[in-house]
Design a protein around this ligand. Structure first.
Ligand code: ADP
Ligand code: MG
Ligand code: MG
Length: 637
C-alpha cells in the first residue's frame, strides 16, 4: 500500500449504504480492466520484501510499569519525510498501522532473487529498528512484540485515558481500548465503527483462559455493561473491539512471481504451509493481563474484525442478508487457484453470484472467478467522498477496498494499474518475533521454501478442510510439540495420478497416516517425509551461495530446525514460562504490571543482545555465560 493520502471525508455508515453495490460492481470492472491488460504480462523476475510491525513502549523504571506510547503516528510522519520528498534508494519505508502505538517498516526497495540478498535482510531490519529508536525518548523502546501483555488493562497507554463505560469510546464502544489508541487517519476509526455497525453489535472475542492452580473456576470477568456481559463467556478472556486484534503485530512477506500462473501456484502451495509457520512463529500467550490457553493471535484478530450479522452467522433466519458465511473477513483461504489444485477445494466457498457471473462472462477462469467472487461476499467498510466515481480503466480503489479488507492467510495481489509491479502473493500468518535475527530467520526460511517449491516442482496440496483443521491446531498452547498436522507425505508427485490417490487417502480412514509433528515437517523423518530443511539444503547445494550468505542461512535454518524439534522454545512458550516462573506470579493466570514490566525489560535485553537466552537460542558458546544465564532467577531454566 502506498502513503495514506487525504481522499476527502469518510462517509458515515448510513451514507455508505447506497454505494455498497456501486463499489462492488465497479471493483469487479476495475479488476477486469487490470486483468485484461496484465494477464499476459511476461517474465517478471522474483522480487520479495518483508513487513515488520513494531510497537512503541514506554518504561517507567521507578514504578515497574510499562505502557504503549501513542506516538506511532507522529513518528511515522517523520519516518516518511524522505519518501514524501521522493528521495531514491531509501533503506526503509514506513506506514502507520491500526493502533497509534504501532508503525510498520519494510525495506526501501524489494529484494531480488540473488542469494546474497539473504545476507542483508537482518541488517536492514536492524537499521529500521535503529531509525525509529533514534527518534525515541530515553524511556521509550521500539519492540517487535506480537501482543502487548496488558493490552486493554487500566492505563495501558501513555497518555492514559479514563474509560467509564462504552460511551467513553464512541468509535468502538470498548470498555478497555481507548479510541485515542486508534490511528487517527479516518480509515482506521471508520473501519472500527462500521464493522460494529454492520454486525449490529460490538465484536466479542473470547479466548480460553489458561487455568492454573489458583485461577477461579469458573473464571468470570466482572463486566458492568449489559452488551459486553452478554458477549463474554465463562472461562474465557473477553475482548470487545478491533484494537485487540488489529492492535497486534505480525511479520508478512510478499513475493512477485514471474507471471500469473506462477503466482497462483505459489499461492496454492504456500497455503498448507501457513498453519505450520503460524505454530512455529507463535509468540502471543498473554491477553489483557491474563495467560491464555492459546499461543498465537490468529483467532483473536479473526474475531476482532468479524462484521457478520446474526443472519450471516446462522443465528437467525436469512431476511436481509444473502447467505450464511462460515468465516470472518480475517481467516484462512477457502479455495486454491490453479486448475491442477481444483480437486483439493473441498470446502464450501460462498460466492457473490453476480460478481462470479460477470467474471465468467468476461472470460476469467472458473477458480479465479470463484476466488474474487468469494472476496466479494463482503461489503465495503469505508468509502471516501473524493473516491466514489472513478475511472475504472485506470484506477483500482474499489477493487482494493474489498480486496484489502479480506484479511486472509494468503493474499493474491494483481499488479496495480500504471505500475511496473507484477503478480504477487503475500504470506500473512507469521507472528512478529522479538529479535531481528529471528524475524530474518523466518523470512529467509520462507523465501527459500518458495525457491524449493518452484525448483523441484513440489506438491504441498492437500484438501483445504485439512489446512483449516491445521490452522485450528496451530494456535493451541504448545502446538509445536503437542499437535500433529496433516501434511502431504509424497511431495514429489506433482500432477501425477498419485495426486488422486493422495486425496482418497486424505478422505478415507487413513487420515492419521497423513498427520505429522512439526518436527517431521520441518526437519524430515526417514521413510516418512523429506522435511523442509533437508529440501532447502539440497537446493542450496545446487546453487552458488557466497560464504557469508551461506553462514547466515545456516544459522537461520538451525534456529527454525531447533524451534521445530523443541530443542529451543518458541517465543510463546518462553513468554509463558517466564510469567509462570516469575516470583510474583500467584498461579492465578494474572499478569500483573510488574510481571509485564520484567518480561518486557527481559525481551528488550534479549533483543539488544545484553542477555543471552539459551531457551530461545541454544546454549551460549562459553561456559561462563551459560552459568550466568542459569543463575538468573527469572531466566527459569
Ligand atoms: P501490503 O499489500 O501489505 O500493503 P505492500 O504493497 O506495502 O504490502 O508491500 C509489502 C512488501 O512487498 C514490502 O516488503 C515490499 O518491499 C514488497 N514489495 C514491493 N514491491 C514488490 C514487488 N514488485 N514484488 C515483490 N515484493 C514487493
Ligand atoms: Mg501491516
Ligand atoms: Mg501486508
Amino acid at each position: 500500500m502506498g502513503l495514506l493520502e487525504f481522499d476527502g471525508e469518510p462517509l458515515s455508515w448510513q451514507q455508505l449504504q447506497p454505494y455498497v453495490e456501486h463499489v462492488k460492481s465497479h471493483g469487479i470492472q476495475q479488476f477486469l480492466h487490470n486483468y485484461n491488460r496484465l494477464m499476459k504480462r511476461p517474465g517478471d523476475m522474483l522480487k520479495w520484501g518483508d513487513e515488520v510491525e513494531y510497537m512503541i513502549l514506554k518504561f517507567d523504571h521507578k514504578n515497574k510499569k510499562v505502557q504503549l506510547s501513542l506516538r506511532g503516528e507522529e513518528l511515522c510522519e517523520i519516518l516518511q519525510e524522505k519518501e514524501r520528498k521522493k528521495m531514491k534508494n531509501l533503506t526503509s519505508l514506513w506506514r502507520p498501522e491500526y493502533a497509534s502505538y504501532m508503525v510498520e517498516g519494510t525495506p526501501g526497495v524489494p529484494y531480488l532473487g540473488y542469494m546474497a540478498q539473504f545476507n542483508v535482510v537482518e541488517g536492514n531490519m536492524r537499521m529500521r529498528r535503529k531509525e525509529v529508536q533514534e527518534l525515541l525518548n530515553e524511556d521509550e523502546q521500539i519492540m517487535s512484540l506480537t501482543v502487548f501483555p496488558r493490552l486493554g488493562c487500566v492505563n495501558f497507554t501513555h497518555p492514559a485515558y479514563d474509560i467509564t463505560g462504552p460511551e467513553s469510546n464512541p468509535v468502538s464502544r470498548s470498555l478497555y481500548f481507548p479510541d485515542q489508541a486508534i490511528t487517527s487517519h479516518p480509515r482506521f476509526p471508520s473501519l472500527t465503527r462500521n464493522i460494529r455497525l454492520r454486525r449490529g453489535k460490538k465484536v466479542a472475542i473470547n479466548i480460553p483462559i489458561f487455568k492454573d492452580k489458583n485461577t477461579p473456576s469458573p473464571f468470570i470477568e466482572q463486566i458492568n455493561d449489559p452488551e459486553s456481559a452478554a458477549g463474554a463467556k465463562p472461562d474465557h478472556i473477553y475482548m470487545d473491539c478491533m484494537g485487540f486484534g488489529m492492535g497486534n503485530s505480525c511479520l508478512q512477506l510478499t513475493f512477485q512471481a514471474c507471471n500469473i500462473e506462477e503466482a497462483k501456484l505459489l499461492y496454492d502451495h504456500l497455503a498448507p504451509v501457513c498453519p505450520i509457520m503460524l505454530a512455529l512463529s507463535a509468540a502471543s500467550p498473554l491477553y489483557k493481563g491474563y495467560i491464555a490457553d492459546i499461543d498465537a493471535r490468529w483467532q483473536v484478530i479473526a474475531g476482532s474484525v468479524d462484521d457478520r450479522t446474526s443472519e450471516e452467522l446462522g443465528l437467525e433466519p436469512l431476511k436481509h442478508n444473502k447467505q450464511v458465511i462460515r468465516k470472518s473477513r480475517y481467516d484462512s483461504i477457502d479455495s486454491y487457484l490453479s486448475s491442477n489444485s481444483k480437486i483439493f477445494n473441498d470446502i464450501n466457498v460462498e460466492v457473490n453470484q453476480e460478481a462470479k457471473s460477470t467474471l465468467l462472462n468476461a472470460g476469467i477462469d472458473e477458480l479465479l472467478a470463484q476466488h474474487i467472487a468469494h472476496l466479494w461476499i463482503r461489503d465495503p467498510l469505508t468509502l471516501f467522498s473524493k473516491k466514489i466515481d472513478l475511472d475504472d480503466e485506470n484506477e483500482a480503489d474499489h477493487f482494493e477496498n474489498i480486496q484489502s479488507t479480506n484479511w486472509q492467510s494468503m493474499r493474491f495481489k494483481p499488479p496495480p494499474p500504471g505500475s511496473s509491479i507484477g503478480w504477487r502473493v503475500e504470506f500473512r500468518v507469521c507472528e512478529a518475533q522479538l529479535t531481528d535475527f529471528e524475524n530474518a530467520a523466518f523470512v529467509v526460511f520462507i523465501v527459500l521454501l518458495t525457491r524449493v517449491i518452484l525448483t523441484y516442482k513440489l506438491d504441498f496440496l492437500m484438501p483445504l478442510s485439512h489446512v483449516d483443521s491445521n490452522m485450528e491446531k496451530s494456535q493451541k498452547n504448545n502446538a509445536i510439540l503437542k499437535e500433529k498436522f496433516y501434511f502431504r507425505k509424497n511431495v514429489n508427485t506433482s500432477r501425477s495420478p498419485a495426486c488422486c490417490t493422495q486425496l482418497c487417502s486424505f478422505n478415507g480412514k487413513s487420515n492419521d497416516n497423513n498427520q505429522m509433528t512439526i518436527d517431521t515437517i520441518i526437519n524430515g523423518k526417514e521413510d516418512v517425509f523429506p522435511g523442509f530443511i533437508p529440501l532447502i539444503r539440497r537446493y542450496l547445494d545446487s546453487v552458488e551461495v557466497g560464504v557469508e550468505a551461506r553462514c547466515s542461512i545456516s544459522e537461520y535454518l538451525n534456529l527454525i530446525g531447533k524451534r521445530a524439534s523443541g530443542e529451543y522454545m518458541s517465543a510463546a512458550q518462553w513468554i509463558r514460562h517466564f510469567v509462570t516462573n516469575h516470583p510474583e506470579y500467584k498461579q492465578d493466570s494474572v499478569v500483573t504490571d510488574s510481571i509485564a514490566y520484567d518480561l518486557l525489560v527481559r525481551c528488550d535485553q534479549i533483543e539488544k543482545g545484553e542477555v543471552k537466552c539459551h531457551q530461545l537460542f541454544g546454549m551460549p558458546r562459553h561456559k561462563s555465560e551459560y552459568i550466568q544465564a542459569n543463575k538468573d532467577p527469572m531466566n527459569g531454566s
